[in-house]
Design a protein around this ligand. Sequence first.
Ligand code: NI
Length: 161
Amino acid sequence: MEILTLGDETLRQKAEPVGDIDPLIKKTAEDMIEALHKQRGVGLAGPQIGLLKRIFVVHVEGDDPRVFINPSIIETSPETVKYEEGCLSVPGVWADVVRPRRVKIQAWNERGRPFTLETQGILARVILHEYDHLEGVLFIDRLSVPKRNRVMAKLEKARRA
Ligand code: NI
């Protein structure tokens, strides 16, 4: 499974809803979790593997892997928190990003079962980051302009090296 990186236009497109939650999408979710483990990441979204569908997987320490299909963010806390993020699609870059502390999300799992989850901390952080991918948004978009410029300059330098 190839993971697309910054510069690939697929990462900038809005993903389409998943139709039937069938054996194929279940297999895709399993493959995504496997790729996530292989890359030692905490989250992976459809567009990152060139699949413009509303699906992402999350696996944070101390938790089981979770699959989110056709997710809706129901609520986020007004209270925000700053936390360092990275992304498998933006290799070599870590930066503090401000996001809501808590999130309430509704989605379907890989077995087609709907669920609602209210969470905070690292899990909420990763969920919000992955949800952004479905909208074509990357974490570097959420940095201040000077900070983003510094990051882009660093990436450009690394690309030329
Ligand atoms: Ni990411």
